[in-house]
Design a protein around this ligand. Structure first.
Ligand SMILES: [Zn+2]
Length: 311
């Protein structure tokens, strides 16, 4: 990725994809706040979980050094109260900050054996770690039912999954970016009341694992999606979402303060076109960093609202 963050084109959402509201609609809701990359804060009135939170975002030069979490960025953007940190796979742009957040928020950390090994190395106490076996795991956190669904990682570079492999023992930290081995990939299904949301943090899937499941809202990881045959057709065909939210389509080689920039090659307009063709009834919603997407727990999930961040 030889292009500095500030030279990449800005992500400019279309008005039709931004049902903005000036205040949070009343009534019970599931809220989703984008932290950049595949990172999200997902909350109800009772429970807050993070999925793949990644705030450190080292620049191109920083990536040549061993990676350390940026504790100031974490304090700035991560809520104080967090019940669980969920990690879909163990690459640095999903895992780097998760152990530090789990420690500072006294939250449980849930992820693969590789994620667990890195978390132990980072000093997360073993009783706070839930290891997801290759076949998946379901658990309850507060009023959320959470299932880790076996999935696949998109083939990002030259048709290959970057940095494959696992950690079976706690590695010596800090690690360089390529040492954040992928470690197995999961989609994460979250149920609040009757409402379901599926986070697909990397652009591939296992059809048999999502067959028969339903998600009202799908957060669709887009990085590398073109290497996956019929990605959106299969993802939406199985899960039948009423709302689609693109994610992991932003460049992440500079601080969040530089704003949303498009990851080269992600073709967001192509995603919109394809969505209209394969899921014409689904509403596309495009948050910006730190917006709250408010999904009503009752009624039509498409009655969704974006409450914009305030400076
Ligand atoms: Zn990855």
């Amino acid at each position: 990725m030889p292009i500095p963050q500030q030279l990449l084109p800005r992500l400019r959402p279309r008005a039709e994809h931004r049902p903005t509201a000036t205040r949070t609609p009343s009534g019970p809701s599931l809220r989703v706040r984008w932290l950049g990359t595949a990172g999200h804060v997902i909350s109800t009135d009772e429970t807050t979980v993070l999925v793949d939170p990644f705030l450190t975002r080292p620049g191109l030069r920083g990536l040549l050094r061993p990676l350390e979490p940026d504790l100031d960025a974490i304090e700035r953007w991560v809520p104080r109260e967090v019940d669980a940190v969920l990690v879909g796979h163990s690459h640095y742009d999903h895992l780097l900050d998760a152990p530090a957040i789990a420690r500072s928020r006294e939250a449980i950390l849930v992820g693969s054996g590789t994620t667990a090994a890195v978390a132990r190395a980072a000093g997360v106490s073993p009783e706070k770690i839930r290891v997801v076996p290759p076949g998946g795991l379901s658990l309850r956190v507060g009023d959320l039912e959470i299932s880790f669904v076996p999935s696949l990682h998109g083939r990002i570079f030259l048709g290959k999954v970057p940095f494959p492999g696992e950690w079976t023992h706690a590695p010596p930290l800090p690690l360089y970016a390529p040492q954040y081995r992928m470690g197995g990939a999961y989609g994460i299904l979250i149920r609040a009341g009757a409402r379901t949301l599926y986070h697909n943090g990397s652009a591939d899937l296992v059809d048999a694992e999502i067959a028969g499941r339903h998600a009202d809202v799908v957060l669709a990881g887009l990085a590398g999606r073109k290497a996956t045959r019929d990605y959106l057709t299969r993802l939406t065909g199985c899960l039948g979402p009423r709302v689609l939210v693109p994610t992991h389509h932003d460049a992440f080689f500079g601080p969040l303060e530089l704003g949303e920039r498009l990851l080269p090659g992600v073709d967001l307009n192509g995603f919109f076109r394809e969505t209209r063709a394969v899921a014409p009834d689904a509403r596309v919603v495009t948050p910006l960093y730190h917006d709250d997407v408010v999904i009503p727990l009752e009624g039509d999930p498409r009655d969704i609202a974006i409450v914009e961040r305030t400076a």
